[in-house]
Write a protein that binds this ligand. Sequence first.
Ligand SMILES: Nc1nc2c(ncn2[C@@H]2O[C@H](COP(=O)(O)OP(=O)(O)O)[C@@H](O)[C@H]2O)c(=O)[nH]1
Ligand SMILES: [Mg+2]
Length: 210
Amino acid sequence: MPAIDNKTRTLRFKIVYCGTPLSGKTTNLRQIHAKLDPQGRSDLVSLSTSQDRTLFFDFLAVDSRAVPGYSTSFHLYTVPGQVTYNATLQLVLRQADGVVFVADSQMDRQRDNLQAFQALEANLRIHGSGIERLPLVLQYNKRDLPNLAPVEYMEYLLNNRPVPHLSFEAEAYSGRNVLATLNAITQAVVARFQQAQEQQREPLRDLVMA
Ligand SMILES: Nc1nc2c(ncn2[C@@H]2O[C@H](COP(=O)(O)OP(=O)(O)O)[C@@H](O)[C@H]2O)c(=O)[nH]1
Ligand SMILES: [Mg+2]
């Protein structure tokens, strides 16, 4: 559920970028931050732990018609990827409305991708929001490098399920498909919220009884 600010009539959705260390999460956020209109976004904030940083910022959606009467904003987070940092991961994942899993496409990083993905699944289970229910988009990053794992292999490794998640090949360093990934997750998150609203709407009761 997004945070709702009734004073400013704003819905704020939380999106977390996860993945193995050095897969390109921070690069995604920096690219997005640099591309957005400074008027609609906050500063990039960095919280340091002893070994890695949690980064976050939020921004107002360009198209604010997603939910009638409300403007929509998104809070983007990255997390440190180390398995030893599970406590931080859990904290950041709390009340996430959607997740982008950034995978490193280099062949020798596939085991790390899988480990990070399994850690994510385990953490989401703790939150009671199974990975099946939370909107999730996969990004196969660093496609510009040599020694790449084929996309089919990465799909098999990370996205082998009856209804696969959307996935994007990307080069976060140059910006390729960074905004496409972001658009996909923001759309999925808003669609999920709209669905939940529809389900909650009570059917009209008969007003007149014979
Ligand atoms: N060649 C290449 N390098 C990338 C790409 N994306 C990120 N990097 C580099 O990978 C390293 C780790 O990126 P970073 O965003 O800090 O990873 P994080 O640990 O997931 O936050 C940095 O040196 C980035 O410049 C990419 O698409 N291609
Ligand atoms: Mg980082």
